[in-house]
Ligand binder design. Sequence first.
Ligand code: AN0
Ligand code: CP
Length: 314
Amino acid sequence: MKCFKSVLDAGDLNALVQEILEIKKNPHANKHLGENKTMGMIFLNPSLRTRLSTQKAAENLGMKVISLNMNDGWQLEMEDGTVMNDDKAEHVKEAAAVIGSYCDIIGIRSFANLNNRDDDYREEILNKFITHSGVPIVSLESGTLHPLQSLADLVTIEEFKTKPRPKVVMTWAPHPKALPQAVPNSFAQWMCKADVDFVITNPEGYDLDPQFTEGADVIHDQELALSGADFVYSKNWSSFSDYGRVLTTPRNWMIDERKMAVTGDAKFMHCLPVRRNVVVADEVIDGPNSIVIQQAANREFATQAVIKRMLEAL
Ligand code: AN0
Ligand code: CP
């Protein structure tokens, strides 16, 4: 594997999930594979889970890890041919190549800035690092996708499903701030390829980019969508059509016990961080059907499989 930025880099999903479940049984089985190799992690945005699980995954494989909060460092110029006499001190061409000279694999997190849809959906930073770093690149959440999250989500569904083809419902949730579409785009893209019946429910105006939701059932009536669900995946996102806007925040889209009652005793999932009693009621996230901690724990093993495949291909 040379790059991991979407489900298209994952190959056979069942094989990858099985590999992750094997890694989970014995995370230290390949502790020499990454000996004398360095994993670089670059963050342009905050992170708890992605930072720690990626570090843990790389260390389980014997790698050394270095990380850089890019926002504390030199501001990067992205455009080619610019006269760099403004605030940007360094061009991404040199920055990516230099980091690539220190690292064998690089992970990079660069959220959508939600100002300009074309800019975000072009994935400029991620693609510049792929072009100029000279080493394999793992997305730690990009402008449009969060594939390591979706891979861990898929593994979690595999572990908790009680039927061969469960019904998985991703529901929009209210939130006070505008959030990127990366997590829901990515989850949709993976679920459309997985062995599940996949339904998305969101208020009018919050439909996602159709390139990621092809094959999904989109239903604007939340209760109808939730009916008989085996998994409820809650997440807020800002509007794609009215780009980056919070159009409405209907509080009745929060997942509470009343909503869960119409499901088929569904498990509750969220990528975290989550705002309690805005996105999900305490009674649900603290209840017996909440699997958010197991979901976050699987980030380590999902990422370990990706890094392992990259090390094997070096
Ligand atoms: C981010 C998002 O929604 O993309 C990261 C989630 C993994 N969430 C927040 O900024 C709260
Ligand atoms: N779910 C997730 O990616 O969390 P962080 O933003 O804390 O890394």
